[in-house]
Design a protein around this ligand. Structure first.
Ligand SMILES: Cc1cc2nc3c(=O)[nH]c(=O)nc-3n(C[C@H](O)[C@H](O)[C@H](O)COP(=O)(O)OP(=O)(O)OC[C@H]3O[C@@H](n4cnc5c(N)ncnc54)[C@H](O)[C@@H]3O)c2cc1C
Length: 502
């Protein structure tokens, strides 16, 4: 059998892609070398856009069960507890129709994603299967796979392969990608502790302790779980540092050993890199295989999930013959500049947090104090790079919000996973036949621009109509049916139907 897609790696990127492609009805195989979900402490935060992707997968209630919304933001404080800078908190209901920050324990989130995949008979999952070779044969890809319990090796064939195989990606090596290095590479110790009854009340917001003697991050995860990430300093003995007798003194400003049990402690080296060349022929990479960020904004996994949300509908369109495979080139051109903005900001924040020279720390503190009240910043809202969207400035290339419509339904539930045209009935009536054919070809959903929440968005952006993509990003704005024709002709990928492009 030749699968439509083989996914290497069953972390958050691979499991999310399997959910999205599973719902499209594609035949998918997931190959994962580990027998179990990776148990070590990693991601603890995702944002509202990512919750919206989980909603698209039908997993929002399950994700709400294992996460908590966080409204308090992140405070950067110095050794004297002076607040230097704040990443602002957010309202309970942000633009995506949910809170904009959510905290969770990564193994629980991966479990929910895997339960989601189990809904699809068209997705086979092979745990404990190591992919050792990847060969693009032109019309399909061949994978050499070893079953790690020692059974016969397998040969798997697929039309496309997506390497969601993490930081040491085999697929990235096969693609021979060059990498853009954004300069931050630093080992940190990460440990999770479970508070005991009677433990002191710790902050609800995340703290970046910019103490030159020992920079560290504190975070309330979920329930009684708390996270400390602690920068390693020259001379640290990593084997010794993770021993309880040495761990507790590091966090004594927060708690004492009798207040909590250590759950896990592990050393990670944080990196800031972006691979170049995410697609060649039938091979693609996503998630940590394509980019890595220091976790100061809690955005590595978020970027992985944005990648697969961008890629899933394009793979479906190509595999179901609705678009030419050139469409897949827009995946990197759109996503790479977007993820770069997050990584660049995380690196700048790393420069603030990781200062270990006392004189430089004093100068830094004085600079922040100069502004009076601490400066407040928010997550960036980058525009996608060039691809399947008009060249107009934002909000084109940014996610469209998810309002509740007047019948109480959430926008995304109303339109499903499709392109959407929001325009008045008159504008839609006046478009050309070729435009209407293209909309049919893409199963475009239409919404009346007179719907009050949509009308007020259009008024705020001085537009009469808007076209959204299946991943909820704004493809373009229009002011007339002629402009809707142009937008459809120039940007809706109709490569497979030349007669529609006339
Ligand atoms: C300390 C820390 C804190 C973090 N905090 C956050 C945060 O708060 N928010 C956030 O968004 N992100 C955070 N991240 C980043 C986040 O954990 C990663 O970005 C995310 O796990 C990447 O997902 P992925 O699926 O791309 O890769 P991975 O999770 O690494 O999964 C890759 C999978 O591929 C498998 N694999 C690899 N090679 C093969 C092969 N040859 N054959 C078969 N299987 C293979 C691996 O076993 C693995 O299961 C943090 C990371 C760290 C280390």
């Amino acid at each position: 059998m030749v699968f439509d897609v083989a996914i290497l790696g069953y972390g958050p990127a691979g499991a999310s892609l399997a959910n999205l492609l599973g719902a499209y009805g594609l035949s998918v195989i997931v190959l994962e070398k580990d027998a179990q979900i990776y148990p070590m402490p990693r991601a603890i935060h995702f944002d509202g856009e990512v919750m919206r992707v989980f909603q698209t997968m039908g997993l929002r209630p399950a994700m709400e069960n294992i996460s908590r919304p966080g409204m308090k933001g992140m405070h950067f404080v110095n050794a004297d507890n002076e607040t230097l800078l704040i990443r602002g908190g957010t309202a309970a209901l942000g633009p995506h129709g949910c809170a904009n920050n959510h905290y969770f324990h990564q193994p629980e989130l991966e479990q929910v994603l895997r339960q989601g995949v189990a809904r699809f008979e068209n997705v086979s999952v092979r745990l404990h299967h190591l992919v050792s070779e990847v060969h693009d044969r032109g019309d399909h890809v061949e994978l050499e796979v070893s079953e790690l319990n020692g059974q016969q090796p397998l040969r798997v064939q697929a039309r496309y392969v997506v390497g969601c195989d993490g930081a040491r990606s085999l697929v990235r090596k096969v693609l021979n990608c060059s990498t853009r290095d954004l300069g931050l590479h630093q080992p940190w110790l990460v440990f999770d502790a479970l508070l005991k009854p009677g433990a002191p009340t710790l902050p609800d917001h995340t703290v970046q302790l910019c103490d030159p003697n020992r920079p560290m991050t504190y975070c309330n995860v979920t329930g009684n779980r708390r996270r400390w990430e602690i920068m390693l300093l020259p001379g640290d003995d990593t084997g010794e540092l993770i021993k309880p007798d040495n761990l507790w003194p590091l966090v004594q400003r927060w708690i004492e050993p009798q207040h909590a049990d250590i759950e896990r402690a592990v050393i990670y080296t944080f990196h800031s890199i972006i691979a170049q060349g995410w697609r060649q022929g039938r091979l693609l990479i996503a998630g940590d295989a394509a980019h890595q960020t220091p976790p100061f904004l809690g955005q590595g996994m978020c970027a992985a999930i944005r990648d697969v949300s961008n890629l899933a509908w394009k793979l479906q369109a190509v595999l179901q013959g609705r678009a030419h495979d050139q469409l897949l080139d827009s995946y990197e051109s759109e996503r790479a500049p977007h993820v770069a903005e997050f990584i660049e900001l995380a690196v700048r924040l790393g420069d603030i947090i990781q200062t270990t020279d006392p004189q430089a720390a004093r100068l830094r503190d004085a600079k922040f104090r100069g502004g009076g009240e601490p400066e407040i910043f928010h997550f960036p809202a980058p525009r996608l790079g060039p691809g399947v969207l008009s060249s107009a400035p934002a909000p084109v290339g940014q996610p469209f919000p998810q309002p509740q419509l007047s019948n109480g339904q959430w926008l995304d539930e109303r339109v499903g996973h499709h392109f959407v045209v929001i325009a008045t009935p008159e504008m839609m009536r006046d478009v050309q036949t070729a435009t209407r054919q293209a909309w049919e070809h893409w199963q475009v959903q239409t919404l009346d621009a007179n719907e009050p929440v949509l009308a007020s968005w259009l008024a705020a952006h001085q537009a009469s109509a808007v076209v959204l993509r299946p991943d909820r990003y704004v493809m373009g704005l229009a002011h007339s049916s002629d402009e809707l024709d142009t937008l459809t002709r120039d940007y809706l990928p109709t490569h497979a139907l030349p007669e529609l492009c006339a």
